[in-house]
Write a protein that binds this ligand. Sequence first.
Ligand SMILES: Cc1cc2nc3c(=O)[nH]c(=O)nc-3n(C[C@H](O)[C@H](O)[C@H](O)COP(=O)(O)O)c2cc1C
Length: 230
Amino acid sequence: MNVMEAIEGRHSVRAFIDKDVSDELLTKVVSAATCAPSWACTRPWIYYVAAGDKLKKIREEYLRLDAEGVEKNNDLFTMPKWPERENNNQLEWGRQRCRVQWNIDPNSTDPAEQARFAEIRKHMREMSTRFFDAPAVIFPCMDKSLHNWALYDMGAASMNIQLAAYENGLGCITAYHMGCYPDVLRRELGIPGNLAVLLGIAIGYKDEESCENRDKAVRTPVNEILTIVR
Ligand SMILES: Cc1cc2nc3c(=O)[nH]c(=O)nc-3n(C[C@H](O)[C@H](O)[C@H](O)COP(=O)(O)O)c2cc1C
């Protein structure tokens, strides 16, 4: 597999088969992060991985807190309002997901269809709280005092992880929601208090049968995002 094949072939995976990922493979995949560029070689990345019984315990705790309505407390802030272009991109992707994965018309005014839509939204939310039932979750962390430039570096490192996973026959989903109870993660994984947990990257073997893996996210044509001036 060459680099462009990996870049174009990778997609988020939201359903996994019940198969463990070995420590050796997890180490190999996360080692790709160490090759990412960073501001003045500052290498802000630190990773914790939850798997096996530990992940089961964290999952149960997340589900309990969610059921009790405990407020989400991510270490990174979320955008309260997106600019129009990015907001429209999200809406376009969400509508496509409904149609391709769930066969639902998101614009339908039919009450039965709307009820199904509400059910699916609930299901999607629960799946991210369950870490998509993945066998392992990587939690990228960095010092809390670091800011935008380190996040730039962390994103590059995350992409390396996802491409290495793909090349090694694994799938990933990055999800903000998986970092929603960082104190649970700090306690269960021994993450020091000076580290921010950015989010989670669930990793495992793709469930080829699941409708949740049917979607191929929208890509913006390059001519719409590129200006070359000579
Ligand atoms: C920072 C970040 C946060 C994300 N959070 C979520 C999430 O909470 N739930 C989810 O289903 N996908 C999440 N994703 C995955 C994106 O929806 C996905 O990358 C995007 O739709 C493009 O699809 P692709 O990864 O298949 O190319 C996140 C991705 C990133 C980079």
